[in-house]
Structure formats: structure tokens, C-alpha cells
Write a protein that binds this ligand. Structure first.
Ligand code: ATP
Ligand code: MG
Ligand code: FE
Length: 340
């Protein structure tokens, strides 16, 4: 069985082919970072147009690199949401049009389910059940994953997502976009372990997050600092330690509450080196295991969409003769069955 996966929810055009016996055969990615960086954020209309010009050549590349013909593909999975409506429309219309002309199903996929299950593409993958810390540019969530498709949201951010906090803080510090990798790199130059920054909402019970106050706290310190490289490195490090510590405190709490011993960390922020080290340490202390995707599957990609498409195709969780183009800019992860 071979599934073509299409991801266009934001500023990355991701195309991949998943083979049920061989795994990922090709994983093409075009990032629009250069296009948007001069505006300091993603410009939705430019994103849609760029997806439109890149999507077909990338699909052709994916087929060529996998040495496959269009007749070798059994289904097309595409990101239906959440995301930018115009960007989602490009992937959804191309997927639906190709699927109709190739006589195969088009399967709408939840972008965060893609991130959540990306670690399943690794040799060292978690078995169900587990707790997933989903940390990306637009989301911060703790999810109890009982089985494929059964997700209970335990907590989420009430304001900025973790990745968004990295991006906004990097901007305040005069670093480029995306901010996560820049802050992480700068933090490595720091030689002090400053734990004076707030760990938001950790004194309260519950599993929700809030990062906007920490961002403001950091901004105030940046404004009062000398802004030389070492001063900024110390700030980057203290900020990163506060974010990671907060994520770990809440993850540990979620594991205790649910009784699970496996933690999965996924989404763009899961690429963070300090977060991985901290998670490793925390999980070995409580005799649990931690899993994450390889770096290229942490941020947006077509591979994770193709994989979820395969799981849905195999279980026949799609509408056989549905010709409608489905996009859901707002799409709750725990209500998937109400949408497809
Ligand atoms: P969503 O998936 O919620 O719709 P998105 O698709 O924009 O949002 P991702 O592609 O999963 O988000 O991840 C991008 C985010 O990950 C950015 O905010 C980026 O700063 C962050 N990020 C990437 N690498 C790192 C890193 N090494 N450390 C911290 N953050 C990182
Ligand atoms: Mg992106
Ligand atoms: Fe994403």
C-alpha cells in the first residue's frame, strides 16, 4: 500500500510517499522562510500562492525519487486543518483533483495528529497508550493517546504556544525567524544556570500552559541589558530553561495523573536539544521512556501526513466516494469523527 501525503497548512510545502512495507520512500520539503522573513511573520496570501507554484513539481519529484508511477499510489492524504485557510485550500484541492482523476480516495488529515504520530515513523517507536507533549508553532498541548485516533486533551496553552514564545522572544532579542533554533544556538554560549525566570502556572494544579507572561518578563530583561552577545546568550539560556522546566513539570504531572509510563514529544519545539536532554533525565528518574521524531519530522512535513493517511486508509476511516474539498481552519483534535 502506498500513500501520497500533502502538507500545506502554513509556510512549508511538504510532499511524501509512505509505503506500508518499506516506510517513507521520499520526503520533499519546500520552506517559504525566505519569502516571509522580511515581513517578520507568515503572510497568508503569499503563502497560498507559493504553495500553488511548488506543489505539482514537488509531487512529480516525490514520484520520481521513489521510482513510482501515479498508478502505484493507493490514496492521497492531505492536511485539512488546522492552519491558514488559503494554504490549506491549495493542498486540499490538488489532493482532491488528483485523487478523482487517479480513481483513488482523498483522505483529510488533522495536522496535529500528524505531528503527534510522527515518532511512529522511527524504528524506536512508542506503543500505545502514552502521553504526548505536543509543542509546535501554534500549539502546546498535553494529550493522552489511548490508541490510534483516541485522543484526550489534558491541557493546552491559554495564550502563546511554546514555539510562538520562542519566535516572539527571538524577535525581541533581534534574532531571526524561526526563533527556536536561534535561541537554542545562542543559549549554548551561556555559562550560567539562571533559574530566576518564572515557570508559569506550575504552582497551580492542572495541565494548562501560559507563556505570554514569561515572554514579557524576558522582554523587560532584554530592554535593561547591555545587549552584547554574552548578555543575550544568558537571557536566551534562562528563557529556554524556564520553558523546558515548565514543560517537564506539566508532563510529569500528566504521566502521574494518567498512570502511563511513556512520554512522546512532538512538533517543531521537540527538535530542541535542551528539551530532549531534560526529558531524557526526567523520564529515567521515573523509570519511564521518552520518544521523539527525527529532526526533519519535528517541524512540518508530508511524511507525517502520509503516515496518518495510511492508518486511516487501512482502517477505512474515510468517505469512499466523497468529492468534496474539505478544509477546517479550526479543527479540534479530540473531535475528529465529527469532521470527516
Ligand atoms: P502548528 O503545527 O501548531 O500548526 P507550525 O506548523 O508552524 O504550528 P511546527 O512546524 O511544528 O509549527 O514548528 C515550528 C516551531 O518550532 C517554530 O515556532 C520554531 O521556532 C520551533 N522550533 C523549531 N526548532 C526549534 C528548536 N530547536 N528549539 C525550539 N523551538 C524550535
Ligand atoms: Mg513552518
Ligand atoms: Fe506544524
Amino acid at each position: 500500500m502506498r500513500i501520497l501525503g500533502i502538507e500545506t497548512s502554513c509556510d512549508e510545502t511538504g510532499i511524501a510517499i509512505y509505503d506500508s512495507d518499506l516506510g517513507i520512500l521520499s520526503n520533499e520539503l519546500y520552506s517559504q522562510i525566505d519569502l516571509h522573513s522580511k515581513y517578520g511573520g507568515v503572510v497568508p496570501e503569499l503563502a497560498s500562492r507559493d504553495h500553488l507554484s511548488k506543489i505539482i513539481p514537488l509531487i512529480e519529484d516525490a514520484l520520481t525519487k521513489s521510482q513510482l508511477k501515479k498508478t502505484d499510489i493507493d490514496a492521497i492524504a492531505y492536511t485539512a486543518g488546522p492552519g491558514l485557510v488559503g494554504a490549506l485550500m491549495v493542498g486540499a484541492t490538488v489532493a482532491s483533483g488528483l485523487a478523482f482523476s487517479w480513481g483513488i480516495p482523498a483522505i483529510p488529515i488533522h495536522h496535529m495528529e500528524g505531528h503527534l504520530l510522527a515518532p511512529m515513523l522511527e524504528d524506536n517507536k512508542p506503543s500505545y497508550p502514552f502521553v504526548c507533549l505536543l509543542v509546535s508553532g501554534g500549539h502546546t498541548m498535553l494529550v493522552e493517546v489511548l490508541d490510534f485516533g483516541t485522543y484526550n486533551i489534558l491541557g493546552e496553552s491559554v495564550d502563546d504556544a511554546a514555539g510562538e514564545a520562542f519566535d516572539k522572544t527571538a524577535k525581541i532579542m533581534g534574532l531571526g525567524y524561526p526563533g527556536g533554533p536561534q535561541i537554542s544556538k545562542l543559549a549554548e554560549l551561556s555559562l550560567i544556570e539562571d533559574d530566576s525566570y518564572p515557570r508559569p502556572m506550575t504552582n497551580k494544579s492542572g495541565l494548562d500552559f501560559s507563556f505570554s507572561g514569561l515572554k514579557t518578563h524576558t522582554a523587560n530583561i532584554v530592554n535593561k541589558s547591555s545587549k552584547d552577545q554574552l548578555a543575550l546568550a544568558n537571557i536566551a539560556n534562562a528563557f529556554q530553561r524556564a520553558v523546558v522546566d515548565t514543560l517537564m513539570i506539566k508532563s510529569k504531572r500528566a504521566l502521574k495523573l494518567t498512570g502511563h509510563s511513556r512520554l512522546v514529544i512532538a512538533g517543531g519545539v521537540s527538535a530542541n536539544k535542551y528539551l530532549r536532554t531534560a526529558a531524557q533525565k526526567m523520564m529515567s528518574e521515573i523509570n519511564g521512556e521518552v520518544f521523539y521524531p527525527r529532526h526533519e519530522y519535528c517541524t512540518d512535513n508530508g511524511a507525517m501526513i502520509a503516515y496518518v493517511g495510511f492508518e486511516r486508509f487501512k482502517r477505512k476511516i474515510y468517505n469512499e466516494n466523497d468529492l468534496s474539498v474539505r478544509v477546517y481552519p479550526r479543527y479540534p483534535l479530540d473531535k475528529l469523527s465529527q469532521f470527516s
